[in-house]
Design a protein around this ligand. Structure first.
Ligand code: EPU
Length: 421
């Protein structure tokens, strides 16, 4: 049994939508919380997504008490925590389970766990994470699908990342907070989610400076304790709704955002002719003019986010002229294009790039969400298309979008779920 999402396209969107806490911050904050010794961490703004459910299972495996006093509030109590081999299948359901590597290594100097899972976007190595752990003094073994990482002692080190990787930056930060002395991460990733996790760790007692710049300094401390923390808004969820609105809005207000986190997307949309009104924590998108083709190139933050490349590709099918999308982070992240072609898009995919010829009308079809943001791009397409679109493997979408259907229904979309064999 599975679940499909169905969308009847062509309905205008109107009203306001509240953006949830950032998935890619949350999935690091939850493993980071276990660094607190014998105390309670309160995380607010937790999105209702299946990646969070998988992480909660892993917390429980470690003897950590997780309760949810209200829907977006998580209370994590580490008093009865014990280090244990993470062999639950939940670890293989998402990429971010690898943050338990850094956190458990940091806290216990030992971790054994399965390979992380997550969206297949082409090869996603973790060599930089491991190189960082080794630089801190850890020994790494890999047998039969399990990593076993151990250290007598972790000592601060200078680590240069060959690629400004979000995951490696965070994982090394988690491993280094209890290391002796100073760790320097050079060519660190600068994504807002990294600042959020560093802020959280500092509130727990860590000493991290420079998060948000390319050099992060971590001075090891001896004890971290619980703290309350509110997660930053999800810039990718926000971007996805802004793109949906750019395609189909009569007038849509996207609320609870940090507009600075979305600058690259917003400038591109303005260039395409989208009517935007920007406020301090919201953006209003109005229906308007004809959309004009544009070129984008994905880059690490503050460049154009790879996670918004797929939803934006759908919008580009509605723009007049030829657009070029260059993907520099995950050169194989183009599986959505074949699905969009089934719906009438004219896209030519090449090595690390796609050419989109628009505008083409889209029509409802049976398509498959091959990964999370491919799913988002198909939802955008379904809202635009003439007729009914059926999106298979919708579980990918539920990994990262909090109540997507409810939020869209409130905006006037016709979207529902059906069980299939
Ligand atoms: N890379 C390496 N070696 C490593 C780590 C990364 O070569 O050890 C390469 C990757 O192959 C990629 C580049 O470095 O070419 C950047 O990867 P990064 O490590 O920054 O990505 P990630 O941490 O695995 C996070 C998000 C992704 C998002 C990317 C890029 C989480 C859980 N995931 O992945 O989000 O696309 O950063 O911004 O934070 C999504 O939300 O749909 C998603 C895939």
């Amino acid at each position: 049994m599975g679940n499909v999402i169905k969308i009847e396209g062509g309905h205008k969107l109107k009203g306001s939508v509240h953006i949830s806490g950032a998935k890619n911050a949350t999935v690091a904050l939850i493993p980071a919380a276990i660094l607190a010794n014998d105390s309670v961490v309160d995380i607010y703004g937790v999105p209702n997504i299946s990646d969070v459910e998988s992480l909660s299972i892993l917390l429980k495996e470690l003897g950590v008490d997780v309760t949810s006093p209200s829907s977006d509030h998580f209370q994590i109590n580490t008093t009865n925590m014990k280090n244990k081999v993470l062999d639950h299948e939940a670890a293989t359901k998402l990429r971010a389970s690898y943050y338990f590597m850094g956190a458990l290594l940091g806290k216990y100097k030992y971790v054994k766990m399965q390979m992380p899972g997550g969206c297949y976007l082409g090869p996603r190595p973790i060599d930089l994470h491991l190189k960082g752990f080794e630089a801190l003094g850890a020994n790494i073994e890999y047998h039969h699908g399990y990593y076993e990482i151990s250290a007598e002692e972790l000592t601060g080190a200078k680590i240069y990342l060959d690629v400004a990787s979000v995951g490696a930056t965070l994982n090394i930060m988690l491993a280094a907070v209890y290391a002796k002395g100073r760790t320097l991460i050079e060519n660190a990733a600068k994504e807002p989610e990294i600042i959020d996790v560093a802020t959280f760790l500092n509130k727990m007692g860590a000493n991290i400076k420079g998060a948000g710049t390319s050099v992060i300094t971590i001075d090891g401390v001896e004890n971290l304790t619980g703290t309350p923390h509110e997660i930053i808004p999800d810039r990718i969820e926000a971007g996805t709704f802004i793109i949906m609105a750019a395609a189909m809005a009569e007038e849509v207000r996207v609320d609870n955002i940090i507009p600075q986190h979305l600058e690259a997307l917003l400038s591109k949309l303005v260039e395409m002719g989208v009517d935007l009104e920007l406020g301090s924590d919201y953006v209003i998108v109005r229906s308007g003019r004809e959309l004009i083709a544009t070129d984008i190139q994905t880059q690490p933050y503050p460049g154009f986010a790879t996670d918004l490349q797929q939803p934006l590709t759908t919008l580009l099918t509605q723009a007049t002229g030829q657009s070029m999308v260059r993907e520099t982070i995950y050169t194989e992240r183009f599986k959505h294009c074949a699905e969009l072609q089934r719906m009438g898009a004219n896209i030519i995919v090449g090595q690390g790039q796609a050419l989109i010829n628009g505008a083409t009308p889209l029509y409802g079809a049976k398509v498959t969400a091959t990964d999370l943001r491919c799913g988002a791009s198909l939802v955008v397409a379904g809202l635009i298309a003439d007729g009914v679109t059926t999106i298979h493997d919708s579980y990918h979408i539920d990994r990262g979008y909090d109540n997507l259907d409810t939020k869209l229904i409130e905006l006037g979309a016709k979207i529902w779920r059906e069980d299939v064999e």
